[in-house]
Design a protein around this ligand. Structure first.
Ligand code: FAD
Length: 321
């Protein structure tokens, strides 16, 4: 068997959307290995999540309910993933390139004595299974071959579409046999509560930069985002200046987004920012500097003062949406 194992993510009893493009990646990998796509769901009371993910064209879903998995800890999740990978004969183990995936999979790779690819954006056959990943803020794309029998991969989910829903696959309980960790203890999980969609899931993102000059001025970014039912993002310079919270940061050292519509307001378009948003389907840039590099990636560019353009645009949109 040369199956592919996907580690599912969920929150508040619901499947996280980042799992879906990871399944698409896994299906493409399985087409090359000749195996099946299996999904592992770890948690406590995750039967519904397992049932939900089973509808996305996978061969089987394995779920483990245990108080040990109530809260994510790499120390307890990693041995469970390793056991599941070995049980199903996985030659590829994949997870979203999220905070959790980036924390969990290196540990899984070490335990499986496997080579690892981070941020995979493609998988293909070129005299063997190979992966493509960006380097240097997306300026270089590199091809990676993993020579170990098992390959562990975090997936850049913005580069894969979600699969269509279909017939539900078999769902099976999995005995991970993992005890509580002696080395690590869960303390708390502080989640930012927002009425807006999650930045990485949103169809519309409105992001503001240092050119906004204050946190108060981000209100017009929020107003535009709320008019379109979108999420709010920021450049690192805006975050570092204290105008926006850290979890809004988009870019090389922030979140990677690829919404249908991205507004870059008073953002110059440094390569480190582009690394987090240039996969967006339609990019609208608003900047008073006609030579700002953001206009090189923009589909629509508005040269002018954001303090005039954004409120006027919001008013206009309010009258039509
Ligand atoms: P600026 O470059 O200062 O641009 C402000 C823009 O606002 C200008 O183009 C200006 O013309 C425009 N402007 C000013 N006033 C107005 C107005 N009234 N109306 C319209 N436009 C106006 N950056 C990120 O964003 N994300 C990252 O993850 C990230 N990671 C990094 C990692 C490393 C290792 C390094 C070295 C840098 C990183 N950076 C990142 C920083 C990046 O290099 C830039 O410094 C940053 O993106 C600039 O942010 P900005 O465009 O908001 O600010």
């Amino acid at each position: 068997m040369a199956n592919v194992l996907v580690v599912a993510e969920h929150i508040d009893g619901k499947l996280r959307k980042v799992t879906l493009p990871t399944i698409t990646f896994a299906s493409q990998a399985a087409a090359l290995t000749g195996g099946e796509v299996h999904v592992l769901v770890l948690g406590n009371g995750v039967d519904a999540v397992a049932g939900e993910v089973a509808k996305y064209g996978v061969s089987k879903v394995h779920y483990a309910n245990s108080p040990v998995f109530e809260n994510y800890l790499a120390e307890t999740y990693a041995p469970a993933v390793v056991k599941a990978a070995q049980a199903i004969g996985a030659t590829v183990v994949a997870a979203p390139s999220s905070t959790t995936g980036k924390d969990l999979l290196p540990r899984v790779a070490a335990k499986l004595d496997a080579g690892m690819v981070s941020d995979a954006i493609a998988v293909f056959d070129d005299g063997g299974i190979k992966f493509r990943r960006p380097l240097w803020a997306g300026n270089v794309l590199t091809t990676v071959e993993v020579v170990t029998p098992v390959k562990v991969v975090t997936v850049r989910t913005t580069d894969f579409e979600a699969p269509a829903e279909g017939d539900a696959a078999a769902v099976e309980a999995f005995d991970a046999g993992v005890a509580a960790s002696d080395n690590a203890e869960f303390v708390s999980f502080d989640q930012v509560k927002s009425e807006r969609p999650e930045l990485t899931d949103a169809a519309v993102v409105v992001a503001g930069g240092r050119g906004l000059k204050s946190g108060e001025n981000f209100q017009m970014i929020m107003d535009l985002a709320d008019t379109l039912g979108g999420a709010v993002g920021a450049s690192r310079a805006a975050v570092d200046s204290g105008y926006a919270p850290n979890d809004w940061q988009i870019g090389q050292t922030g979140k990677v987004v690829a919404p249908d519509l991205y507004f870059a307001v008073a953002i110059s378009g440094a390569i480190q920012h582009l690394a987090g948003m240039k996969g967006s389907k339609t990019i609208v840039a608003i900047n008073k500097d006609a030579d700002a590099p953001i206009f090189q990636v923009a589909d629509y560019g508005l040269v002018g003062d954001a303090f005039e353009i954004v409120p006027a645009l919001t008013e206009k949109l309010k009258s039509i949406v």
